[in-house]
Design a protein. Structure first.
Length: 265
């Protein structure tokens, strides 16, 4: 009998509620559709893994972390480059971190995925925005009533590095295991026959999680286990092409796509 596992990335209020601090347009509908699928397939889903973006207010990608020569913090969506930090256009509010941040932004640019973007403070630990979208949470709780347990995994609590992917941070901190490769989760997903993938955002955290997972699988045929629910993820506005390119790339590598209504219908 096939083992079906659900892998849900960051289905949280700050991303999914229209009043959330970093709302992804359409995410509330994504999560509503996903909740209905969980309810429909609850007796067929063997395991569920849910990632939770978990930040402090002081965070390398939040305004409070940075200031300019006038002491002003950057506006959300400001891009901070290596040259900006090196030349003092933007410096850490705690100036003793400047050397570390120069090295960090340089490493980011060498990685070539994203520049450092300052986001509105979001998914703050303990805040209402950190919570799972209520309709989905109800469905997950209903699934747990059969004496199962959702595996909730947090990411993003290290204030010195961005952490889009659940599997590792953008720049790994050798002194913090939470930023390093999460092989237990990789191994858990490898044991599945089918891995249904959903969550937010398809241009950022879901995208990077799936790309890392595919690269960490020790057998390329494992990528064929992945099924992305295209009606249960949306891009950050302005990053639609990044999501489209990601899906096309992963499909070319063997990932399948489906919708929450047609999957195992």
């Amino acid at each position: 009998m096939s083992k079906l596992v659900l892998f849900v990335v960051d289905p949280q209020q700050d991303f999914c509620d229209p009043n959330g601090t970093l709302y992804v347009k359409g995410a509330e509908k994504d999560m509503s559709r996903l909740a209905k699928m969980v309810h429909r397939l609850k007796n067929k889903i063997d395991d569920i893994h849910v990632t939770l973006d978990s930040h402090h207010l002081v965070d390398v990608a939040h305004p409070l972390f940075w200031r300019n020569s006038s002491g002003k913090h950057p506006n959300p969506f400001t891009i901070i480059s290596y040259s900006d930090v090196k030349n003092g256009v933007w410096v850490p509010t705690n100036i003793s971190w400047k050397k570390r941040m120069i090295e960090y932004v340089e490493a980011l640019e060498k990685g070539g995925k994203y520049p450092l973007c300052v986001w509105p403070p979001h998914t703050l630990i303990g805040s209402p925005g950190h919570a799972v979208f209520p309709e989905l949470f109800t469905a997950l709780k209903e699934w747990e009533e059969d004496f199962a347990m959702v595996n909730y995994i947090t990411k993003g609590s290290n204030i010195f590095t961005e952490h889009y992917s659940i599997f590792k941070s953008e720049v790994v901190d050798p002194n913090d295991v939470t930023t390093q490769v999460n092989m237990p989760l990789v191994n858990a997903l490898m044991e599945a026959d089918i891995v249904g993938v959903a969550g937010e955002a398809g241009s950022h955290c879901l995208k990077n999680s799936v790309l890392d997972l595919a690269d960490l699988f020790n057998d390329d045929t494992c990528i064929q286990k992945l099924v992305l629910f295209t009606d249960a993820t949306s891009p950050v506005p302005g990053f639609e092409k990044q999501q489209e390119d990601f899906i096309n790339n992963m499909v070319s590598r063997g990932m399948k796509t489906s919708t929450t209504t047609s999957f195992m219908a």
